[in-house]
Design a protein around this ligand. Sequence first.
Ligand code: KIV
Length: 301
Amino acid sequence: MVCAVDAGLPASGGSAFFALAVDETMTKDKVRVTDLAQMKAERTPIAMLTAYDFPFARIFDAAGVDVLLVGDSLGMVVQGADSTLAVTLDEVIYHTRMVARARQRALVVADLPFLTYQVSVEKALANSGRLIKEGGAEAVKLEGGITMAETIRRMVDIDIPVMGHIGLTRQSIHRMGGHRVQGRRSGKTAGCRERLLEDAVAVEHAGAFALVLEGIPAELAREITERASIPTIGIGAGVACDGQVLVMHDVLGLSESFSPRFAKPYAHLWREASAAATGYIREVRERAFPTPEHSNDTKRA
Ligand code: KIV
């Protein structure tokens, strides 16, 4: 969108259209796709978290997270499935809309689910467009390296910003034989070390603005990060990436028992939510809640 500042027009006193454009999309702090390259150049680590609904997106945005990812991990952590494969485009759009409504500062990136972009470039373009038009995403993420390069190029050609994702790509669970660390073996076949180096170059050359490195050895992630001019964002990929991403449930301790080794819980919300629910149930059974103060005819002090 043309903005008053870029167009050399007064930011105020012009038409309502230009005033709105400046207020809503060009606020000083807003993180844009182009800012991530700047952050890499300045060696400012990029903090990215997944989010799937309004309240958590609001909390993370207000806390200052740079990127909110509406990941297809929602299939596992929100829907309770054992893989991401069944997630649909409509479901990602539904969750992206909630996250986008909460966004003030963070860049909102939405995942293209399995088979919404691998089948044809045309499908990839149309489905990415839906994430942006209907969901309110500012960029999309897709999994794959060399084999996705042409698709990424065509998306970038029509100004759809693309975040790449290589390594332990969950949509390839059947090829990988489970959620397994990639890049340990040497070779040029999918998931091998040299192939991942080539995948990273292909994604960068195709025009992606950033690259998620998931589940690969730390020294391989370091090598990719040093060679790449675009920022790398790691998850289970060591300490050398330009940024980090975690699934919000792992950061907040929102899973019943499982916590991946690469993640760090900064809270234990499952425990707290469970204690809150137990307390509520007990008080209802004991008629300790509600008390007269909770009834509508009691005026609050
Ligand atoms: O779907 C997701 O949440 C992701 C992150 C794990 C990077 O792709």
